[in-house]
Design a binder for this molecule. Structure first.
Ligand code: FAD
Length: 297
């Protein structure tokens, strides 16, 4: 089945995003958590590439292992940071050889310590160029691109950013997965504007259940997402880890349930290599009927 078909007309797709652990111990822990998460029968699992300075070479090792162990569709993220076009081609050829199904095609952030993205010599400037490269030379991959319900931090306006998102879709992206957000009104407005500017591929909300306040404050300040004041107040009212986890999970259950009521084509969970919060949210949520259903054991 193609990535497009995974989000077919009456389907709903569940996906999880991992990152490559830095240590062997971290990898063992990741697979133990994934063992729990696959019980919810994800339609695909993705792994980030170079995010926050993490190692790039491990991404393919992780997705290959995920596919082998859990027989699930896998996507490798890929950014234009620090690579020539030929190096990107080599990565894509390697990904294809190793059975990767889809690519999450991104420009990437400036390397740590730099404030501006400077395109590598002989490389690409924007994600739409990477989408074109993949479509032209590796047509068997499904392509996911990133979308920003609250606008990408560098874009001069929401409308300009939307125009740039349309370039990625026009270049051949199959699906848009959004940056994390905590106010569904932002996402719903974004979807409405996408349709108005001619973006007709599935737009999938990216959800990060909050498990503790300081962690989510760090993440949202890095990616430019807003934390609603009422959520911060609720979290601040609980000084203990268990209390904050419960507040975060309950918020995510409400957020996801409301999105499902609005008919979203799927949910993409930023699981951060852990299973507890996402499992709680999924166990408490009525996902639309879909092919897989819950797996046994
Ligand atoms: P682009 O779509 O290229 O946009 C970047 C900026 O340039 C925007 O402001 C846009 O408006 C503008 N722009 C785009 N195209 C054009 C154009 N043709 N002409 C002029 N301006 C243009 N980062 C990682 O390092 N590794 C990951 O694995 C990773 N995974 C992610 C997964 C998701 C779902 C998302 C939403 C983000 C992810 N990121 C990851 C973060 C991402 O790399 C950053 O947000 C980055 O700053 C922008 O990447 P992009 O692909 O959206 O860039």
């Amino acid at each position: 089945m193609s990535l497009k078909a995974t989000y077919g007309s009456d389907k709903f797709a569940l996906s999880f995003e991992l990152f490559p652990p830095k240590t062997a111990q971290g990898t063992v822990a990741l697979f133990a958590h994934l063992e729990q998460l696959v019980k919810f029968a994800p339609d695909f699992v993705t792994c980030t590439y170079g995010a926050g300075g993490s190692t790039q070479t491990k991404t393919l090792d992780i997705v290959e292992q995920v596919k082998r162990r859990f027989h699930v569709r896998v996507a490798s993220h890929l950014t234009c940071v620090g690579s020539t076009t030929d190096e990107l081609r080599q990565y894509l050829a390697d990904a294809s050889r190793r059975g990767v199904d889809d690519i999450v095609a991104l420009r990437g952030d400036p390397p740590q310590g730099e404030t501006e993205f400077i395109p590598p010599v002989g490389g690409l400037r924007y994600a739409n160029e990477l989408v074109t490269l993949i479509r032209d030379e590796f047509p068997r991959f499904g392509i996911v691109v990133g979308g920003y319900p609250e606008k990408h931090a560098e874009a001069p306006s929401f409308e300009v950013d939307l125009d740039n998102l349309r370039r990625k879709v026009d270049a051949g992206a199959d699906v848009v997965v959004t940056q994390l957000f905590y106010d569904n009104a932002d996402f719903l407005r974004f979807c409405e504007r996408c349709v108005q500017v001619g973006i007709h591929v599935p737009v999938v909300p990216g959800i990060l259940p909050v498990t503790n306040l300081s962690q989510v404050q760090r993440i949202t300040s890095m990616c430019g997402a807003r934390l609603p004041a009422r959520l911060v107040t609720e979290l601040q009212a609980h000084n203990d880890p268990v209390g904050q986890f419960q507040v975060g999970v309950e918020y995510a259950i409400r957020q996801v349930s409301e999105l499902i009521q609005h008919g979203v084509p799927g949910i993409h969970f930023y699981v951060l290599n852990k299973s507890q919060a996402t499992s709680w949210v999924l166990a408490a949520t009525d996902l639309p009927r879909r092919g897989g259903g819950i797996r046994d054991g």
